[in-house]
Write a protein that binds this ligand. Structure first.
Ligand code: GAL
Ligand code: CA
Length: 388
C-alpha cells in the first residue's frame, strides 16, 4: 500500500514538473504580435489609454481580435471528460489564440462543417476529438487543402498508422498506454480486495463483478474492459463477471442498465467497474436508489464502484466514500499540451518546443499524458487538475 502511494505521489510530482514547462510559455511567446496593434478598443477607454506603451506585456493583451484563430472542437458537449479538455484548451489559449470550442453534437457532418468554417476564417491550426475516427482522412484533406494547416487529434486516437503517416502536420494528444488506464484501475481493485476482506460478500474467494463498458465503437472500450479483468486475475483473484455491457460513456444510460442489474443481483454484486466516471456516477445513483452505499464502506449494504477520468463531480463521491476511486485522466495537461503544440507548429517551431513531453515512437505521433490512481487518500491530486 505504502509503496503504491509513494509511486503515485512520484508520478504526480512528475506530472506537475512536466507541466511547469508548458503552462505559461505559450502565452508569453505570442505576446509580441498582439501588443503592437492592441490599441483600437482601448483608445476609446479612459484611464488605460493614457499609457499604452507602459502596459505590461505580461498582462492580458488589449484585443483578442488580433490573436490567431485556433479551430477547436469536441465530439460532444454531453461528454463530461471532453468538456474538461475543452475548458483547458480555452484557458490555455488565453492570450495565445482566439478560440471557441465547437460542439460536434455526435454528428460527423456537423463537425466537418465546423472545421470548414474554422479554416475559412483562417484558423492557423485545428484540434479536435473526432466524432468518428474514420473521418480523419477527410479532416486531413481539408487541412491540407487550406494550406497545410496543422491538425492535432485528441482524446479519440487515430489508430490507423497509415492515416497518421499520410500528413506531416499531424499530432495527437491522449493518455498513456494501450490499456487506457485499466491496468491502474484493476490494481486499485486488487488493493481494495486485499485491504477489505468483506468485499468477498459470499466468501467464495472470487470477485462477483459487473463490467460497464464505454461506447463499443471507441478504441478505449474493449481494452479497458479486458485489461481491468486481466489485471485482477493476474493478481490471483478469480472473477465471475455477472454482466459486461455498454453504458455508452453516459450517466443516464449506465443508470438505466444498473437499475435492472441491482434488482436482479442485489447483494451478490461485489464490485462495479466502470470504464469512465460519467457511467460510475449513473451506477452510483442506481445503487443508492436501491438503498446501497448510503452508510459508508463498512456497511453490509455497500457495493464498491470505480471509474476512470477522476472528474470533479466524482471526487466528491470518492471523498465521501460513496465510490472507492477513479483513475485520473489529466484533461488539464492535455488541453495545455494541445494549445502549446498548436502554437509551436503554427509558428514553424518544433511541435514540442518548451514541453517536457515526447512523441510516442510507435507511429502514432502522440503525446501521452500519464494516468494516476485516485482514492480518498489523494483526491487533492486530482482536484489540483481542475483549479486554474
Ligand atoms: C475516454 C474517457 C471517457 C470519454 C471518452 C470519449 O478517454 O475516459 O470519459 O470521454 O474518452 O472519447
Ligand atoms: Ca465473492
Amino acid at each position: 500500500m505504502r509503496k503504491k502511494l509513494i509511486s503515485v505521489m512520484l508520478s504526480v510530482a512528475m506530472t506537475a514538473s512536466l507541466l511547469a514547462g508548458c503552462g505559461s510559455e505559450p502565452a508569453q511567446e505570442s505576446k509580441p504580435q498582439e501588443t503592437t496593434e492592441a490599441a483600437p478598443e482601448q483608445a476609446e477607454g479612459q484611464e488605460e489609454a493614457a499609457e499604452p506603451e507602459a502596459a505590461q506585456p505580461e498582462e492580458a493583451p488589449a484585443d483578442n481580435g488580433e490573436l490567431p484563430i485556433l479551430g477547436a472542437g469536441i465530439y460532444s458537449s454531453t461528454d463530461n471528460f471532453n468538456s474538461y479538455i475543452a475548458k483547458s484548451i480555452t484557458g490555455a489559449s488565453d492570450g495565445v489564440f482566439q478560440v471557441n470550442v465547437d460542439d460536434g453534437q455526435m454528428d460527423q457532418a456537423t463537425q466537418l462543417n465546423q472545421i470548414d468554417t474554422a479554416l475559412a476564417k483562417g484558423a492557423v491550426a485545428i484540434c479536435v476529438s473526432v466524432v468518428d475516427i474514420t473521418a480523419a482522412p477527410a479532416i486531413i484533406q481539408k487541412c491540407q487543402d487550406a494550406g497545410d494547416v496543422p491538425i492535432i487529434f485528441f482524446n479519440k486516437e487515430i489508430t490507423d498508422k497509415d492515416v497518421v503517416a499520410s500528413y506531416d502536420n499531424l499530432y495527437q494528444v491522449t493518455s498513456t498506454g494501450g490499456d487506457y488506464g485499466a491496468a491502474i484501475q484493476g490494481q486499485m481493485i486488487v488493493d481494495y480486495w486485499n485491504a477489505h476482506p468483506e468485499m468477498d460478500k459470499n466468501g467464495d474467494g472470487k470477485l462477483q463483478m459487473i463490467n460497464v463498458m464505454g461506447d463499443p465503437g471507441h478504441t478505449a472500450s474493449q481494452p479497458r474492459a479486458d485489461y481491468v479483468e486481466s489485471t485482477i486475475t493476474d493478481a490471483g483473484i478469480g472473477i465471475e463477471v455477472l454482466e459486461r455491457d455498454t453504458g455508452m460513456w453516459d450517466t443516464a444510460k449506465a443508470k438505466e442498465k444498473m437499475d435492472a442489474w441491482v434488482s436482479k443481483y442485489g447483494d451478490e454484486i461485489e464490485a462495479v467497474v466502470c470504464a469512465n466516471d460519467a457511467m460510475a456516477l449513473g451506477v452510483l445513483q442506481s445503487v443508492e436508489a436501491a438503498g446501497f452505499n448510503l452508510e459508508g464502506t463498512d456497511s453490509e449494504q455497500y457495493i464498491p464502484i470505480i471509474g476512470i477520468d477522476a472528474l470533479p463531480e466524482m471526487l466528491e463521491k470518492i471523498e465521501s466514500g460513496e465510490v472507492i476511486g477513479s483513475v485520473l485522466q489529466d484533461a488539464s495537461t492535455q488541453g495545455k499540451v494541445i494549445v502549446a503544440i498548436a502554437n509551436n507548429v503554427s509558428q514553424g517551431k518544433d511541435a514540442l518546443d518548451g514541453l517536457d513531453f515526447e512523441l510516442d515512437t510507435d507511429g502514432s505521433k502522440a503525446v501521452r499524458v500519464p494516468y494516476a490512481a485516485i482514492t480518498a487518500d489523494n483526491v487533492d491530486v486530482a482536484a489540483a487538475n481542475y483549479t486554474e
